[in-house]
Design a binder for this molecule. Structure first.
Ligand SMILES: [Zn+2]
Length: 871
């Protein structure tokens, strides 16, 4: 970058070279304590501040490097010496003293100015509620350096003391409670916060503005106060959050066996976020407003369940991440996979009636899909560049990580695993830890093979395809073979071996039996120890806990498909196995679709939902002339249930029925082109646009989106006009979601134009760019749009931060499925994506997905056409 090369040119002139770090700060200098003092005024474009950093040096240094982005240093001292500022490129700044700072302790003092971002959610940024500005922070992974010059790495854990100068009429929230508030001149006041427990910079947080505070009771053994913090006038929208948040904390505390590690828990609503939905700042969790708040009159089941699950994730981080922090970003999974796994566990136990374990499987299947790519990351990927830090926050880290933890928990046993978790958290409280610290803590509960076996899932990408054969000629046994699962067209090497705890469940005359084997070789045979007779039925993925795909011998598979031996989670796993096997060319199109049609009759909405996904995943290979047959197949398979449910909720029905309606009705309307449902969606939408009434709250998104997919210019204009009128975040998100999916190409083009030429906040409009990808008529438009408007787009998109929007542009090529399109994609993006954090990995994954799509089309096209020709 230009800044860096300028520094290199200047160095010879001043006689000595001082090279800025490339990625990590030197280990010889560590911070031990921070005290920061900031003046924060919502509506301003910048802020001023000063910071004292107490450091320890193991050897003398004439330059101390700090992380800083867009920080303008006014004055710096180290001890009694003035320090000169040494440019260090985009992420670093050096402080140079005339005499070297000796080994031992020293205090760095810096006064500076920084920027407040209006269009990204990185560092200190503005959020507008209506026209009222607020300030919030988002520092993970590498954006604390936009607020303070600091040692911005997770391994540097120290107490932070914050002092804020804010307007008298505002409130400030941070990680700790305020110690004092004193008036200052010019309508200002000073808020001094208590020093924090040792925290890494990425967990420090602040919020400033005219907030309302909702008391959400006390939680945990230490009766810590819990509050929901909302924009002014929105306290009534915090009802559900105020009801459940303390309960979530109580349940987490009970599981972890350690009290909530901080002195209070504020839960702060942010009007608009980009690149994150919620953040686990210690003692001050932030959430996108649409997650945590809702007008109770129009609140939905789905919104409440999502809040509960996200809250459980963020609050689990208070232990996994905040109390015990990863030593470096290569162990991001120790944070994210654990928070995901814990949230799933807590919700399943707390709300058994939600059957959340079934919904969780969709996250796991999605991660398996990503993990089937050769370009997939490992759960524990080495961090070589800043790109790697950004890329670490993906489905592999969160969902695959959680799935692998569950598999090993199921093998070790829940109680022992819990004991290992508690021991680990106790031992590393308020400190940092690495992968081996965790694995050893679990292995110590009595499963010494765990560390090695677990590592085979952490340190290599992909997952196994297990072939299973039941042998009953003598005492019953199972033959297993394993290889890496690879879809048709993959260039990957299948010869990979994992150490997999395989748990099987089988039917015997005296009841079902479960046993587990550690499969650690390419091929192995195990005797079934709990049955002398040949089991009538057997699943090789008991309770769906395993992170692998199973290929059963034909006799076993036929029995599993025909009978009702499998529980709901195992049935979903079987259907996903069949989809994976089809993608790998191991079974034919008809086998999957016939199974999906049978599963579509299941009483569990989650199984029906997965059957919908299995069917719709083949649509891309259906030739245009057979689309009517595809639609007929959808109607035949799912239509009766959809028509029976209709768009309107019936009084007295249960939550599951409502949730199924929101999934199957729009599916049959859109993909089955069920005219009756489309007509009704149009009528309901017209009424809703006028009155905001007439649609069950749970159904607003599905109804509006269905009407939009079949909508014309008049409806488009009507939706835009309403969007223009409302500042309500929930309604805006509903309208934007619908506007994004118009299929009329001229309207889809108009939507794309809005990303550049509208007054919409780009944090709202960015995802509109992906809307046209969902339909055949419009799927090429986003890529064309990006090509035609690239420079203009770069100027508009949120830059910087862990999530660089520009790095996500290659996803507009997600539906390319032919050689010419691929060449165009490569030509356009290969070089362009390189400068953007995380971009090269995104590009590689999309390119591989395009190649695989071409291969799938070649391999399956005729089979798909033959199947639908007969429907
Ligand atoms: Zn998380």
């Amino acid at each position: 970058m230009s800044f860096r090369s300028l520094a290199l040119i200047l160095c010879p002139l001043i006689g000595y070279a001082a090279e800025a770090p490339k990625l990590r700060l030197p280990e010889e200098i560590r911070p031990v304590k921070y005290a920061a003092d900031l003046t924060l005024i919502p509506g301003d474009t910048g802020f001023s501040g000063s910071i004292d950093i107490d450091v320890e040096l193991t050897k003398p240094a004439s330059v101390i490097w700090l992380n800083a982005i867009e920080i303008q240093i006014e004055k710096a001292t180290i001890g009694s010496q003035n320090a000169a500022v040494e440019p260090g490129g985009s992420d670093f700044v050096g402080l140079r003293t005339e005499k070297p700072v000796p080994a031992g302790t020293a205090r760095i003092h810096v006064t500076y100015k920084g920027k407040i971002s209006e269009k990204s959610s990185a560092g200190i940024f503005q959020g507008l509620d209506g026209t009222t500005p607020y300030l919030f922070t988002q520092f993970e992974s590498t954006d604390a350096r936009r607020a303070f010059p600091c040692f911005d790495e997770p391994g540097f854990k120290t107490p932070w003391q914050l002092t804020l100068h804010i307007k008298k009429e505002h409130s400030a929230v941070s990680n700790t409670p305020p110690l004092s508030e004193t008036d200052e001149p010019n309508g200002m006041k000073k808020v001094v916060f208590a020093p924090t427990r040792p925290l890494p910079s990425y967990l420090v947080a602040m919020a400033v503005g005219p907030f309302d505070f909702v008391d959400a009771g006390k939680a945990g053994k230490n009766a810590i106060p819990v509050r929901i913090v909302t924009p002014k006038g929105k306290a009534n929208q915090a009802q559900y959050a105020a009801q459940v948040t303390a309960t979530v904390i109580d349940r987490l505390e009970a599981y972890f066996g350690l009290p909530f590690p901080f002195e209070k828990c504020d839960n702060v609503a942010i009007p608009l976020t980009f690149g994150f939905g919620a953040m686990e700042n210690a003692g001050m969790v932030t959430y996108a407003q649409t997650l945590i708040l809702s007008d109770p009159a129009i609140d939905t089941e789905q919104r409440q369940r999502t809040y509960a699950s996200v809250a459980a994730h963020e609050l689990a981080h208070q232990w996994f991440g905040d109390l015990v922090t990863l030593a470096w970003w290569d162990d991001t999974w120790l944070n994210e996979a654990f928070a995901t796994w814990t949230s799933e566990k807590i919700i399943a136990e707390w709300k058994p009636e939600w059957h959340s374990r079934l919904g969780d499987l969709n996250g796991k299947f999605g991660a398996m899909n990503e993990d089937s790519l050769v370009a997939a990351r490992k759960i524990r990927q080495p961090i070589v560049t800043k790109d790697d830090i950004s890329n670490a926050f993906d489905g592999i880290t969160y969902q695959k990580g959680a799935s692998v933890i569950r598999m090993f928990e199921s093998w070790v046993g829940e109680k022992k695993f819990q004991a290992g978790v508690t021991a680990y958290l106790k031992r590393y409280s308020y400190k940092n830890a690495r992968v081996s610290d965790f694995l050893d803590s679990i292995a110590a509960t009595g499963q010494p093979q765990l560390t090695r076996a677990f590592s085979t899932y952490l340190e290599q990408p992909g997952f196994p395809l297990l072939s299973v054969k039941l042998n009953c000629s003598a005492a019953p046994s199972l033959s297993f073979s394993q290889k890496r699962y690879l879809p048709t067209g993959s260039t990957g090497n299948a010869a990979q071996v994992w150490q997999t705890p395989v748990c099987v469940r089988y039917q015997t005359p005296s009841g079902d039996r479960k046993e587990c084997f550690l499969l650690d070789k390419p091929n192995a045979e195990y005797k079934l120890t709990q049955s002398a007779a040949c089991p009538a039925n057997l699943t090789a993925n008991a309770d769906a806990a395993g992170n692998y795909v199973t290929k059963y011998d034909p006799a076993l598979l036929a029995k599993l498909l025909a009978g009702n031996f499998l529980n709901a989670a195992e049935r979903m796993t079987l259907l996903n196995d069949l989809t994976s096997l089809l993608n790998a060319g191991e079974i034919g199109q008809g086998e999957l679709l016939n199974a999906a049609a049978a599963f579509a009759k299941a009483p569990e909405r989650q199984i029906v939902g997965l059957a919908q996904t299995s069917v719709s995943s083949t649509r891309q290979f259906v030739p245009d002339n057979l689309l009517p047959n595809y639609a007929r197949f959808v109607r035949q398979t799912f239509g009766a249930r959809a028509l029976e449910l209709g768009w309107a909720a019936k009084s007295g029905e249960d939550a599951d029925t409502g949730l199924q309606r929101a999934s199957i009705v729009p599916f049959v309307a859109a993909q089955g082109k069920e005219e009756k449902l489309v007509e009704e969606a149009r009528r309901l939408t017209a009424e809703w646009l006028k009155t905001r009434k007439g649609i069950d709250a749970n159904m607003v998104n599905p109804v509006l989106s269905t009407a939009a997919q079949f909508g014309d210019r008049a409806l488009f204009d009507a939706m835009l006009a309403e969007l223009d009128k409302t500042t309500d975040r929930q309604q805006r998100s509903q309208l934007i979601g619908a506007i994004s999916v118009f299929r009329e190409p001229a309207l889809a083009r108009a939507v794309l134009d809005m990303v550049i030429h509208s007054k919409l906040d780009v944090r709202e409009s960015f995802f509109m760019m992906m809307g046209p990808l969902g339909a055949r008529e419009t799927q090429k438009l986003p890529f064309e749009f990006v090509k035609a408007n690239y420079d203009e787009l770069l100027k508009r998109l949120p830059e910087g931060g862990g999530f660089d929007a520009r790095a996500f542009l290659p996803f507009v090529g997600g539906n390319v499925c032919d050689e010419a399109g691929r060449k165009e994609f490569v030509e356009f993006f290969e070089e362009r994506v390189k400068p953007f954090t995380g971009g090269p990995h995104n590009y590689k994954e999309v390119l591989e997905a395009i190649r695989l799509c071409e291969a799938q089309k070649a391999a399956r096209g005729a089979d798909v056409a033959a199947f639908f020709a007969n429907q």
